[in-house]
Design a protein around this ligand. Sequence first.
Ligand code: AHR
Length: 323
Amino acid sequence: MFNRIRKIILLLALCMLAGCGAKEEPQQGPELVLGFSQLGTESAWRSGNSADIEKKAEECGIGLMFENANRKQENQIAAIRRFIAYHVDVIAFSPIVEEGWDNVLSEAKEAGIPVILVDRDISTRKADLISCHIGADFYQEGVMAGEYLIRKADALEMESVKIVEITGTEDSTPMRQRQAGFMDTIAEDERMEIIESVNGDFLKSRGAECMRYLMEKYGDSIDAVYSHNDEMTLGAIPEIEKAGAVPGQDMIIISIDGGQEAIDVLKQGKINCVVECTPMLGQELMDAAKKLEAGEEVDRVIHPEEKYFSDEMDLSGLAPRGY
Ligand code: AHR
């Protein structure tokens, strides 16, 4: 009886979210309902990630309650509480920052609802609040970026490399890990020096602001720009040009994500290397949600395979990126 009432409530909630008219109301609800809190729409990566999750949920016949938190942690916490109140079968979310989730996740655990982290990780001493984490190995992305810079400096026979770093959202996993992987890698090379690290919050407008400031302060003494995502890189490039420098030639430009726009700019020679971070996590998420609902074991951490694209490669045959 409880299960039937629960399914009806979920069905109504799904209909409200999807904007169904009364005439179109389906008679039978999906077997599995997944509540997903997306952190925002700050980048092409994020939009690609949301679209992929919606597509895969539909293909798998999973009812998706999708909520966008507009880059506010309190909105994500409120969304998770709503999912608990609706008794969804599985909760998933992409945490904007790492800290501050223990209370709401303890509530999900008490309600017996498994939780999956998508894309970013959280910092907690209570490992059992989470069933699994599906997302990129951000540390390895930073390593790939650092390794590329060392190779490029070798190829150009550079004696010193002055680097500026434009980081992503403070206290987020990609910001912390991409920085750590890069720093650890270049630390082995005496030529490398980070002259300043500024926060661009993963936004194109902030990437532009940061680069304007850096160009005014350091001008052409900058040898390399390490930007934590494509969005900020695409904001930074016009600022380098406005200041009279040639991105990709006067300065080595390294980005992360691998969206179509950045790949096109790489092919034009204005970016030197783009490390891939795939947003296509939907299928893994649906598979894990189904297993958890069925009471099966899932891997604690699932990292997609990722590569990099650079001016060392022939990219003419590269398939459209899809984000
Ligand atoms: O968490 C993944 C990062 O978030 C992507 O690199 C970035 O583009 C997005 O905003």
